[in-house]
Design a protein around this ligand. Structure first.
Ligand SMILES: [Zn+2]
Length: 495
């Protein structure tokens, strides 16, 4: 549990908790036995489309997908939470941390009212800048969840009155019905699963003795151990950062004495505080960018801010018997990136100069991207470390050849969009005319400025167009169809 945010939530006046209860003619134990099987929730609680977990386990992730508030809304909302409290038979609470600037607790509880009746309660509260920015939507969403959940408990009471048990909800389904249900929900279920796989789940690869890449669950992380010391490059964000901390505790014998943040973005830095004894190193401008761009988070997590700044000339540090070169490649993904080179192992961690196999995310804030800069930065990296193996900021491990390929993709994108701008095309015309065929990449979800944005072909074109004409994000251009689904995701209340 994030104790600081949890205390903040308890003290918060951002919202009155959305809560409600219903008394039902079902013994508490019977009700709990159905409630404790999340993957069956969609059978009785109409706010859930699909839930991954088959049991409730404290400290585990809960992964699910909500139905849309209105049937005709063309979106489903994938969600992930940490189960932070579990009183079997009575109560479960989870915390939602996966949206930056958004922190929520949701509690369901069951209270016995004598031997044959019980009270089913739903309670939810949220806080944070991201929540406040879309308060109307979130309150509508919480109310929808509460109302549908209470309706669901009433439906269970109806089944119990009719059958004297709840087998109708728990019994294995006729395979044909399952198939039909499956077909109906498959598309929707793919959304949270894909979201989970591409953004939450992590995997570990040993790149050299004492060098592990922990891929996914936020930005990629590199764990380096040498002679009683350990270093971490990038620390992810909750919940991936918790998984990383657990993995380090289980697998790395030496204490983490140093952290290097490749850049300021939350998905590479918000796990810093999990390693309180580490010296945090970043480019000298990075702490200011963190506070400027994500002030609300860093205001209450000040000990996670880098304390050692590396200037534009770069720096070489040692870790046990390893030499580590910190290289500043010029303004690129942000105004303050660092590339990390393990000299003896010849391994490079590029940070977000490199999104391998994915469409990149371009940070169009003042702290962010210089598109031509990324290309020259990558060229500088490939020339300086020509034989190194590469851990990108996102995506699987790569080679220098992959990195050169990626630079060619960016060059192509820049040239093609540049031609559209020179021909005085509008942004939407550029989206229609710029061809990126032959450069197929995967879509990456990410949250920036408290909203979900997608790394997609279309957004790559739009972002580079805006970067080239000097327009910042959220300018006059109409939202793209792709970003419209993201708007629905986070801002459906205003539709
Ligand atoms: Zn980034």
């Amino acid at each position: 549990m994030d104790d600081i945010l949890s205390a903040k939530l308890a003290a918060s006046t951002d919202m009155v908790p959305v809560e409600g209860a219903v008394d039902v003619e079902i013994p508490a134990d019977e009700l709990w036995s159905v409630f404790a099987r999340p993957n069956l929730w969609s059978r009785w609680n109409p706010c859930f489309l699909w839930v991954l977990n088959s049991t409730l386990v404290k400290d585990e992730h809960l992964v699910w997908c909500f139905n849309p508030i209105k049937k005709y809304y063309p979106y489903v909302m994938p969600a992930i939470a940490n189960i932070i409290e579990l009183e079997p038979g009575r109560k479960v609470t989870w915390e939602v941390t996966a949206l930056p600037g958004f922190y929520a607790h949701h509690t369901y509880s069951i209270e016995p009212l004598g031997p044959t009746r019980s009270r089913f309660r739903s309670w939810e509260q949220a806080t944070g800048a991201g929540f406040r920015a879309m308060k109307r939507f979130w309150i509508a969403h919480f109310t929808f969840v509460k109302d549908r959940s209470l309706d669901g408990a009433r439906a269970l009471a109806e089944i119990y009155r009719r059958d004297g048990n709840l087998y109708a909800v728990t019994e294995p389904r006729d395979p044909l019905v399952v198939l039909k249900d499956g077909a109906l929900t498959a598309t929707a279920a793919v959304a949270p699963l894909w979201f989970y796989r591409s953004y939450v789940r992590s995997s570990v690869v040993e790149m050299a003795p004492g060098v592990h890449a922990v891929l996914g669950g936020g930005g990629n992380s590199l764990v380096v151990e040498s002679h009683g010391e350990a270093l971490l490059v990038d620390t992810k964000f909750p919940p991936g950062s918790h998984q990383l901390a657990k993995w380090v505790k289980r697998n790395i014998k030496s204490p983490i004495t140093k952290i290097v943040n490749t850049h300021y973005h939350y998905d590479h830095t918000q796990g810093n505080e999990n390693f309180p004894h580490a010296t945090i190193i970043a480019h000298v401008r990075t702490p200011d960018l963190m506070v400027q761009q994500d002030g609300e988070f860093w205001g209450v997590h000040r000990s996670g801010l880098p304390g050692v700044g590396v200037g534009d000339a770069g720096q070489t540090i040692t870790l046990g018997k390893k030499t580590i070169e910190l290289f500043y490649p010029g303004p690129a993904h942000t105004r303050a990136d660092l590339v990390v080179h393990l000299v003896e192992d010849d391994i490079v961690a590029t940070g977000d100069l490199f999104f391998h196999t994915y469409y990149p995310f371009f940070d169009l804030s003042r702290a962010g991207v210089a598109v031509p800069g990324i290309v020259s930065a990558i060229r500088a990296v490939t020339e300086r470390f020509p034989t190194a193996r590469v851990m990108p900021g996102h995506g699987p491990l790569a080679t220098m050849h992959d990195l050169r390929d990626y630079a060619s993709y960016l060059e192509h994108l820049l040239e093609a969009v540049g031609r559209a701008v020179a021909a005085r095309q509008t942004e939407s015309e550029a989206v229609r005319t710029v061809s990126l065929s032959g450069w197929k990449r995967k879509v990456l979800p990410s949250f920036h400025g408290s909203r979900l944005s997608w790394g997609t072909r279309e957004n790559n074109i739009r972002n580079v167009y805006r970067a080239l004409v000097g327009q910042s994000r959220g300018g006059d251009s109409p939202p793209s169809p792709a970003s419209r689904s993201a708007v629905a995701y986070t801002n459906g209340g205003s539709r």
